[in-house]
Design a protein around this ligand. Structure first.
Ligand code: UDX
Length: 433
């Protein structure tokens, strides 16, 4: 299959490289000359384990190319995937579809008859109709299909998720699109990843409903964690106790500082907009969004409380800044609200993150960025684990003691056992325990 991938962001680049790895001929198109130059030079603009090797291997095999010029690749393509960004529109939280619409407009006159245009970006219900309308307007006589194929990969585990998905969802309006997409995904279907074929609108909604449900699980367990603290229960016991019920499932029940990242915050808001537009209230999702927003700042206050309620003249050492481990992504990271709350309370903030400090420096003022975890704890009145990086799972407590002004560990990811930490003479504050 000849595939064009428009957009070399997270989803576009990973999907493009994986499709090439399946043996398809893939051209990735991006408007950002800097990005394309970097990719042509073998530099990957995002941090994702394994991606650099995967790209290099497929470029070397001539199955994967990068270009600025959509017009050279689209005329030969059997399938053109749209994987451009759909950020939250400033002001109203609607998904901003201008990049999606622009891509449809630009590709329209270059599509060959029979081409299948596939939205892979997370797009609100009805976007497929709009893409079809835009292309139809430019090419009234062209035979083409528009399909939806939402992507469920997670940052940090993107390649594994793409190659071994729980399911592949495609939304189509005709058999031709179905056949082409089945061919595109044949290597995975052979590996027994189920392929669900449904109507285009259902596929579009599936992605949002999935993310909103996962966000709900997280906000739910986070509120249960707060209750656990009050009643003297351990949220990890409760999570295990409910998670072993097949109907609930054990995943996404880790209490923490709240969800962040490029998807959950943006997609839950966009889903709420859709629900308002169609006058079908999603009260549960509304509550989830509210609970998560409150939680992020509450975690900052939790730290302030742990250091005695007055943070003036105190220093806090943050371990981790990204919204989760194995990414350099700072978008909507709880760390942003935590740092803000700490600084508002008068604290000085030092921080270390293995990958996220460059991005963090663009978003956070007055933070001292350090070369490693121990440097971040120098003179601090608390060590605070914000992100569950592996490197924070085996901290040297004796060394920390020598550096910290107070032996206090606030573990917002529940990485440690209370007994273990207290045995080293530390005070331990965790989440929901
Ligand atoms: C998510 C979805 O998982 C993925 O299917 C979709 O395609 C994109 O959005 P991602 O944003 O990469 O992926 O991260 P994910 O691993 O899902 O974590 C999201 C947030 O939830 C993180 O901030 C994480 O720390 C938090 N989380 C996750 C919890 O707080 N507790 C959990 O149990 C799980």
């Amino acid at each position: 299959m000849r595939i064009v991938m428009i957009g070399t962001g997270y989803v576009g680049l990973v999907s493009g490289a994986c499709f090439a790895d399946f043996g398809h001929e893939v051209t990735c198109v991006d408007k950002d000359a800097g990005k394309v130059d970097a990719l042509l030079g073998g530099t990957i603009p995002i941090f994702e384990p394994g991606l650099e090797d995967l790209v290099a291997r497929n470029v070397a095999a001539r199955r994967l190319r990068f270009t600025l010029d959509l017009t050279e690749a689209v005329p030969n393509a059997d399938a053109v995937f749209i994987a451009v960004g759909t950020p939250s529109r400033r002001g109203d939280g609607h998904a901003d579809l201008s990049y999606v619409h622009a891509a449809a407009k630009e590709m329209a006159e270059h599509l060959r008859p029979g081409a299948v245009v596939v939205t892979k970006s997370t797009v609100p219900v009805g976007t497929g109709d709009e893409v079809e309308r835009i292309i139809r307007e430019a090419r009234p006589d062209l035979e083409f299909s528009v399909a939806s194929n939402p992507e469920f990969l997670r940052e940090g585990a993107a390649i594994e998720d793409f190659k071994r998905p729980d399911r592949i969802v495609i939304g189509v309006t005709d058999d031709h699109a179905r056949t082409v997409l089945q061919e595109v995904y044949r290597p995975l279907i052979r590996n027994e990843s189920p392929l669900l074929v449904m109507a285009r609108r259902a596929a579009e909604l599936t992605k949002y409903a999935g993310n909103a449900f996962l966000a709900t699980k997280i906000s739910f367990i986070n509120e249960i964690a707060d209750l656990c603290e009050r009643v003297g229960a351990d949220v990890q016991d409760v999570a295990k106790g409910i998670g072993l019920d097949d109907r609930i499932g054990p995943k996404f029940l880790m209490a923490g500082p709240g969800y962040g990242g490029s998807c959950f915050p943006k997609d839950t808001l966009a889903l709420l907009k859709t629900s308002h537009d169609y006058e079908a209230p999603l009260r549960i999702v509304e509550a989830v969004v509210l609970a998560n927003d409150n939680r992020k700042r509450a975690m900052g206050r939790k730290v302030v409380q742990a250091i005695g309620g007055d943070a003036h003249g105190k220093t806090v050492g943050l371990l981790g800044l990204t919204f989760k481990a194995n990414t350099d992504d700072m978008r909507d990271s709880p760390a942003l609200a935590i740092v803000q709350a700490l600084q508002d309370a008068g604290a000085t903030v030092r921080a270390y993150d293995p990958e996220g400090m460059e991005q963090a420096a663009k978003l956070l003022d007055d933070v001292t960025y350090c070369g490693d975890a121990y440097e971040a704890l120098q003179g601090a009145h608390a060590a605070v684990i914000v992100t569950e990086w592996d490197t924070f799972r085996a901290l040297d407590f004796d060394r920390m003691k020598g550096l910290l002004a107070e032996s206090l560990l606030v573990d917002l990811r529940n990485l440690y056992n209370r007994e273990e930490v207290e045995r080293h003479g530390f005070r331990y504050v965790a989440v929901g325990r």
